[in-house]
Structures are given as C-alpha cells and as structure tokens.
Design a protein around this ligand. Structure first.
Ligand code: ZN
Length: 91
C-alpha cells in the first residue's frame, strides 16, 4: 500500500509533518512465565488521521494530501477541498 504523502501549501514542505491519528489494533501479546511482554503480529484494524500539521510552519490548515503513486484505488478523492482523508499506513 503506498504511503500517504502531504504537501504544505504555505511553505512548500514535503517531508516533515506532525501526524495525529487514532489507530485501533489487535496484537498477539506474548508473555513469558515471568511476565515480560512481547507484542507480536500487530494488525491495524482501523486508522483515522485526525490532524496533519506542517512541522516547519506549524500550520494544520495549509497541509493537503497528495495523490499517492500510480495505483490509485482512491483516485477520485484528489482535489476535494474539505473532504475527509482516510489513509492506511504500512508499519
Ligand atoms: Zn508549512
């Protein structure tokens, strides 16, 4: 899955963003008999971007999503000014 990309219209930043997101995951919590935990096989069940702000100028309003790659499963969303953006991020 292509990673989401953003662009700041205010300062032209393409590479530094503070991303606030809600992520719902399911994972295999693997404990030792002594109680030490290792988290394995974490699956992202749901992920919602709440805010993306520019790391350089700090503006959350000037940041817009860029169409990612060429395999556009969501190609219709490009250019929608106020539309919600759902992005899945490979970890
Ligand atoms: Zn900026």
């Amino acid at each position: 899955m292509p990673a989401a990309r953003y662009r700041c219209r205010s300062c032209g930043n393409l590479t530094r963003f503070d991303v606030t997101l809600s992520r719902r995951t399911r994972a295999f919590h693997h404990y030792t008999v002594g109680g030490d935990l290792t988290v394995e096989d974490e699956d992202v069940l749901d992920e919602r971007i709440e805010e993306v702000s520019c790391r350089w100028c700090g503006s959350p309003r000037a940041v817009e999503p860029m169409a990612a790659g060429s395999s556009g499963a969501e190609g219709g969303d490009e250019g929608g000014a106020g539309s919600a953006v759902v992005i899945e991020e490979a970890t």
